[in-house]
Write a protein that binds this ligand. Structure first.
Ligand code: PNW
Length: 597
């Protein structure tokens, strides 16, 4: 435990347990490391997770997968790389002046569990959500943080509306907590208090002239449904359809934009393969494919309910939000790197919904890996021809969450490997580097791969950790550079981008890392019982971009943005380099091996 450290006194703490030296009783609290060390002792070493689940299955030795011939699969990525590969760093960073379309949507984003608090208020308990259970289980969340109170948005609606007004957004994206509406997940009992909360939020937004964009599912499944198998059990498709129906019926008259699911990829991988997100299951092999299969079908059913019952009277748009990094081949002239980068994960969900069925590349990769693992058939389930027909086209726009680019290569031993370029600026999150150029490429890829749909960027943002500094120059830099790349995609590449949503309105519960990584435009003071919100410097900066509807040429006269300090010139980056050095994560520099390709 923490103790007296010679001439350093109590300032250096070596303990597995924290000791509160202010309290006369000296209470001890186990740190995360105590749980970790206990686990090592219990297992008498490091037990491979794979061994648990592959017992009896013959694992073949690592092998090189057969390269895919470039001509076999029509590939939009090829179009993109052909266009951008000759681009010099200077060109790709070049600033572009211009405006977005007149009715471009400008928003900020949040999600229920991350901000609301009121975890068991007004009938949400006793069933609760999988995130309530997950955060209350010791060892899952950094510093034992929970969403019990979060930013207390459940009780601080006026403050949030005031914050939104300050940014001057036209749209606010928030999510509905399923267990707040249907505590046991089914329509057996509808909790009116839950519906009233969201009705009031919608009325307040509309009164402030801010349009809502509502996510039905941002990861907080009713625990009661998890108890019967969650996304693994296909009866959930019907449960989700009924939940969607209730929201469309009750909230639909006030909503024009709906998102069925937020980031199914993260649900499948972090929730069911790595177990670092709720429900905390770490069963690789077939589970992520089953979970995703059911999510895709549930999405399609919700879209059809809207289409059949509500579209005529409500006239809104319904779609899904997928997350995607841009995959840059480490060497686009090397066939193997090119093939590796081609197989990236956005298509897992977008291909069935926008093009019909899983892509041939996905089918082939999973089949090949399944056979190599000793199985007799693919772990990827198949859609029937009727299902393909029902799922294909269930979108009204393309919802995209994007944060960064990864460099991809093919290692002879481990398959696809993700790397990062050490010159890329880092952030407060180990997985997030500042790589604005990739967003333009990704947008062009979506245009070609998925039939030029209208695209709404539903999340994009950056974090910090460590000491609080309201002058968040790194975030101003991030938004300036990323939004400028969106503008290039719109004006130069003719991509149909119709909206941009910043993540996030407030510093909030960043899932497994608790409140340590802060993505907010507003700082939330967690030592203040009132959880006061203070704008960071990026608020007025983002607000100026919104007022100017882009980046008008200064030669055309002064405008709000000319009053802001832009990072256009390289010199202004020096301060930023010094800052991001403080936020670096040296332990994370080794390559990541990708599951499940
Ligand atoms: C998204 N990654 O999640 C979520 O939609 C938000 O709720 C979240 O707060 C935000 O991004 C910032 O993390 C992600 O590891 C979580 O690549 C992890 C990753 C990407 C997105």
């Amino acid at each position: 435990m923490d103790g007296f450290e010679g001439n350093k006194g109590y300032s250096e703490r070596f303990g597995l347990h924290q000791v509160d030296f202010v309290d006369g009783n000296r209470p001890r609290t186990p740190k995360q490391s105590a749980y970790f060390f206990a686990q090592i002792i219990e297992q008498n070493g490091f037990v491979s997770r794979k061994q648990d689940h592959f017992e009896g299955v013959k694992i073949s030795p690592p092998r090189r997968s057969t390269p895919l011939p470039p001509s076999e699969v029509p590939s939009a990525s090829k179009v993109v790389w052909e266009k951008f590969t000759p681009q010099k760093k200077f060109d790709r960073q070049m600033y572009h002046y211009g405006n977005f379309s007149q009715n471009f949507l400008w928003g900020v984003s949040s999600s229920a569990y991350q901000i609301e608090g009121g975890w068991n208020a007004d009938g949400k308990g006793p069933s609760l959500s999988i995130w309530d259970k997950f955060t209350h289980t010791p060892g899952n969340i950094l510093q034992h943080d929970t969403g019990d109170i979060a930013c207390n948005s459940y009780n601080k609606m006026e403050d949030d509306i005031a914050a939104l007004k300050k940014v001057k957004v036209s749209h606010y994206r928030f999510s509905v907590s399923w267990p707040r509406i249907l505590p046991d997940g089914t329509t057996e009992y509808i909790n009116q208090a839950g519906l009233n909360y969201y009705k009031k939020l919608l009325d307040s937004l509309i009164a402030a002239n801010i349009q809502p964009q509502v996510t039905l599912y941002h990861w907080d499944l009713p625990q009661a449904l998890q108890d019967v198998g969650g996304w693994e059990n296909e009866t959930i498709i019907e449960r989700f359809r009924d939940y969607a129906d209730i929201l469309f019926e009750n909230l639909g008259p006030k909503v024009q934009l709906w998102i069925t699911f937020n980031e199914p990829f993260i649900i499948a991988i972090l929730g069911h393969v790595q177990g670092t997100h709720a429900p905390g299951i770490d069963r690789p092999d077939t589970l992520p494919y089953i979970v995703s299969h059911n999510i895709i079908k549930a999405h399609a059913e919700a879209w059809h309910v809207y289409n059949d019952k509500y579209r005529a009277s409500q006239n809104g748009m319904v779609s899904i939000t997928v997350n995607a990094d841009w995959a840059e081949p480490r060497n686009p002239y090397k066939q193997e790197d090119y093939d590796a980068a081609r197989s990236f994960y956005l298509g897992w969900y977008a291909h069935p919904i926008f093009n019909g069925d899983y892509s041939p590349l996905m089918k082939r990769s999973v089949l090949e890996q399944s056979l190599a693992g000793g199985l007799t058939k693919s772990r990827l389930p198949e859609f029937t021809p009727e299902e393909i027909k029902r799922i294909n086209g269930t979108y009204d726009y393309f919802g995209l969450n994007h944060y960064c680019t990864k460099s991809w290569t093919n290692s002879c031993y481990r398959g696809v490997v993700l790397l990062r370029d050490r010159t890329w600026l880092e952030s407060g999150s180990h997985w997030l580097t500042m790589t604005p150029f990739g967003l333009r490429r990704l947008l062009k890829f979506i245009k070609h791969e998925f039939g030029n749909p209208p695209i709404i960027i539903t999340e994009n943002g950056v974090s910090e950790n460590g000491p609080v500094d309201l002058n968040d120059v790194h975030r101003k830099y991030f938004y300036e550079k990323y939004i400028n790349q969106v503008l290039k995609a719109y004006l130069l590449d003719d991509v149909n981008v119709i909206g941009y949503t910043a993540w996030s309105l407030l510093d909030n519960l960043e899932w497994a890392v608790g409140y340590t990584e802060r993505f907010g435009l507003f700082y939330v003071n967690r030592s203040d019982p009132d959880l006061s919100r203070t704008p960071k410097a990026s608020v007025s900066f983002y607000s100026s971009i919104i007022s100017c509807n882009g980046f008008p040429d200064p030669a055309s006269g002064t405008h709000e943005l000319t009053k802001q300090k832009l990072c256009e010139k390289r010199t202004s980056l020096y301060g930023l380099f010094a800052r991001t050095a403080l936020m670096s994560h040296p332990q994370e520099r080794s390559p990541t091996f990708l599951f499940p390709l």
